[in-house]
Write a new protein. Sequence first.
Length: 271
Amino acid sequence: ADTITAPRQTRIIAVANQKGGVGKTTTTVNVAAALAQEGMNVVVIDADPQGNATTAMHIDHAPGTAGTYEVLISRAGIADVVQKCPSVDNLYVVPATIDLSGADIELIDVPQREFQLRRAIDKFTMTYTKVDYIFIDCPPSLGLLTLNAFIAAKEVLIPIQAEYYALEGVSMLRTTIGKITRAMNRELVILGIVLTMMDNRTNLAREVSEEVRRAFPSDAFETTIPRTVRLSEAPSYGETIMTFDPTSIGAVSYRALAHEIAHKEVTGHGA
Ligand code: ADP
Ligand code: MG
């Protein structure tokens, strides 16, 4: 197989879709783990108060665990709170706890509160120049946490669940990203769209796949992620699919997606 080489600069990728349950977290942790296993230094920032990415990487998400919340309210830097994922080398996570759900209220009188994460990442990457990828796992909304992610990121990866109404909400997401690109972050581009939970035996899956490729001809990744129970089981063991079942179809698919992402470097106008 082809090899993955480190990007010249840290790639900062927000994984976003305002719909819940479309595979954002599953995609984030498994692509991150696949890249780490190929020797990349990877940091996942959990920006969802549910802390699903945190638990999937076997890190405690009990209230009070320092992480993204402390970073957003400027109580800590990323380097102070980042933790190593125990099962995969080169893989790190900035944990999220339910505390994060209070961040928008906490930041209400902070000027430019949507730039908090960007400032923290800039500071972190200035010191830790060997970080190859930062993934930000977004919550299912377009609120302050996702806005912070879109301003901190250079690329957006959009998972879409292969189902009826799959494209519902995607045009709104694109409009939002377009507004942010024009107003606050000229570097931001859409990295791509990945179809998740595909049931390849059904006509529906084929139809949705064709519909997505018609609507977003240049954005849809070649790789699609099948629906498989192993992918949904891994998080309850605090593992990514890369160590839970490395030869499973889920692992093979996410590894293929990681390779596509590594080879697809898109840059925005400001870059
Ligand atoms: P989101 O972060 O967008 O809310 P998740 O990644 O948490 O979505 O996925 C939602 C649920 O679907 C989780 O229970 C997850 O384990 C499961 N899931 C995600 N991808 C797959 C897949 N390809 N096959 C089977 N189950 C999946
Ligand atoms: Mg999630």
